[in-house]
Design a protein. Structure first.
Length: 242
């Protein structure tokens, strides 16, 4: 039996949902130029390395059918829609359908994120593939966020500035200082978190020091794990409450 193409990812489903609210599938078809354009974009997204049925992969008919899947979740539509789809599709609907402005912003950011930091094409260099680190906005924007945090020049400048002003690299959430706990081994060690929401990241490649927060590894991981993603201040408040 021939292998099927991979399931739709969060990035793909967000883009499809954004188009669903622009083009009601009950009143259009797979020949719609916007559906054809989305098909071409999905074929460029670097989220699938294995495409057993290349000729069918996210073709206009498949994109149109995915829009029809959303009909079953839309209480404003009387049509039943297609019965296919899965839990991730339902999650994306719950997270974004009630906030069209956020949906539009995230979908637009994914499109722009195809040209990543400093003009690097995400489709050429690949994306991060850690399900535990994927933000609700999908892998493309998660990757863009991580690359900002891995900007060594910006991280060095941030640490230098903090050390000059406070004398220590203390976590901005829990106040943990690696030097206080580990002595010389912890000298200069801390992680930097990019505070700008992923849907608002620009593709200029520039990172201001004010955009970075000094965090310990635990707090950094908790911010990335939170749903929706917490701001530094939000995690600090949560820690105080516990």
């Amino acid at each position: 039996m021939a292998k099927r193409n991979p399931p739709w990812t969060r990035d793909e489903l967000i883009l499809a949902l954004d188009l669903y609210f622009q083009e009601n599938p009950l009143h259009t078809s797979q020949t719609n130029p916007k559906i054809v354009e989305l098909s071409e974009l999905l074929n460029r997204l670097p989220v699938h390395s294995d495409r057993p049925q290349e000729e069918l992969f996210r073709n206009p008919n498949g994109v149109y059918m995915k829009l029809c899947n959303y009909l079953r979740l839309d209480p404003s539509n009387e049509a039943a829609g297609l019965s296919g789809g899965g839990k991730l599709e339902e999650e994306v609907w719950r997270e974004f359908a009630g906030d069209r402005a956020r949906l539009s912003k995230v979908a637009g950011a994914i499109r722009h994120g195809m040209v990543g930091v400093s003009g690097v094409d995400v489709a050429q260099v690949g994306i991060d593939d850690d399900p535990d680190e994927e933000f609700p906005e999908g892998r493309v924007l998660t990757t863009l966020h991580h690359r900002r945090e891995r900007n060594r020049k910006a991280v060095r400048k941030k640490k230098k500035a903090v050390l000059a002003s406070t004398g220590a690299l203390r976590c901005e959430v829990c106040d943990f200082d690696f030097v206080s706990t580990y002595g010389e081994l912890g000298q200069g060690f801390a992680e930097c978190h990019h505070k700008t929401p992923v849907a608002e990241l620009k593709n200029t490649g520039s990172t201001r020091l004010a955009d970075l927060a000094i965090l310990c590894a635990n707090c950094h991981r908790m911010i990335h794990r939170s749903r929706p993603v917490l701001a530094v201040e939000g995690l600090r408040e949560l820690l105080v409450k516990t």
